[in-house]
Write a protein that binds this ligand. Structure first.
Ligand code: BJW
Length: 253
């Protein structure tokens, strides 16, 4: 593992780094992934809880499910992996986190540039997209069990997250594409790489010859294009990688 960490550190000592994360990033904070055996989809069908059709069929059920997950996410703390990623801001000139997660744990750990591809559980919006809903909402309102009406048009509100069949927020997507084009290397942590168009960013990076380092306990679809696979948990392996990067930089001076 030491040699792999050193190899990864050499690849990540760059001017512009993208850190691309998925649900495995927050597993060591006690939050479930989606597709692992004990994951979110094991007991909850995605078409019922993460699709516009599911919300139309039973808005109350979906709202309650997100209220419960929101509480879990509020109670969770950033793990050592989130904190190590935040510390990269002080080590490298330009670090952008592109996350599929909706838990805001990167922001709470202190990362300064975070692009949320799939939104945030801590915001809500009008289900009819009338654009009258505030984007930032006080937490007490969001922990309530019944769907709130949109203050602008009266339609039901919904979590500001991206469900299957929905477009990603255009400004965030464009920002992510630009960051991938401009970066020198990508650190990928805790994603299966199964969900599009998010995963296509990694293939785009590869086709532009960016270095790719992956952290995951299991090989994934992305492992085939990674220059280095660090097989391990985010909460342990990312801090070890940060230490290796610091050591590598010290050796250079
Ligand atoms: C650890 C660990 C530890 C464990 N440490 N690691 C092209 C081809 C095929 C399908 C499509 C395609 N283009 C679009 C689609 C359809 C669809 C899609 O991708 N489907 C696939 C599943 C087949 N995509 C969409 O619908 C997207 N929209 C779209 O494409 O719009 C354009 C369009 C519109 C209309 C018509 C057609 C096209 C939207 C996708 C939205 C995804 N939303 C969700 C829910 C968000 C809200 C919520 O949280 O409730 O986002 S689904 C879920 O998956 C969530 C995640 O962000 C996302 C990715 O999952 P992630 O993070 O990778 O988690 P897992 O569980 O898959 O993996 C966890 C990993 O962690 C594993 O590898 C573990 O080993 C690892 N791990 N412990 C580190 N301790």
């Amino acid at each position: 593992m030491k040699a792999l960490l050193q190899q990864a550190a050499r690849l990540l000592d760059v001017q512009r780094l993208v850190v691309f994360t998925g649900a495995g990033m927050s597993k060591d904070s006690g939050l479930d992934t989606f597709r692992d055996a004990d994951g979110v989809w094991a007991n909850n069908a995605p078409q019922d809880y993460a699709s516009p059709e599911g919300f139309r069929r039973n808005p109350r059920k979906v709202w309650r499910w997100y209220a419960q997950r929101r509480r879990q996410m509020l109670e969770a703390e950033p793990n050592a992996g989130h904190k190590a990623i935040a510390r990269l801001d002080a080590l490298l000139p330009h670090v952008t986190v592109i996350t599929q997660n909706i838990d805001e744990l990167h922001q709470r750990a202190g990362s300064s540039r975070v692009l949320e591809l799939h939104g945030s559980v801590h915001r809500y919006k009008c289900s009819k997209n009338c654009r009258g809903t505030p984007t930032l909402t006080p937490v007490p309102e969001l922990t309530q069990e019944e769907p709130l009406p949109c203050p602008n048009c009266g339609a039901l509100t919904r979590p500001d997250v991206v469900w299957f069949g929905e477009m990603l927020p255009a400004d965030v997507w464009e920002g992510a594409v630009l960051e991938i084009a401009a970066c020198d290397a990508v650190l990928v942590v805790g994603t299966s790489g199964l969900v599009e168009p998010a995963a296509s960013l990694l293939w785009r990076a590869k086709s532009r010859r960016k270095a790719l380092v992956e952290v995951n306990p299991e090989p994934t679809l992305i492992s085939s294009i990674a220059d280095v696979l660090l097989q391990g948990k985010a909460g342990e392996t990312v801090p070890a990688l940060l230490a290796a990067l610091k050591e590598y930089r010290t050796g250079l001076h």
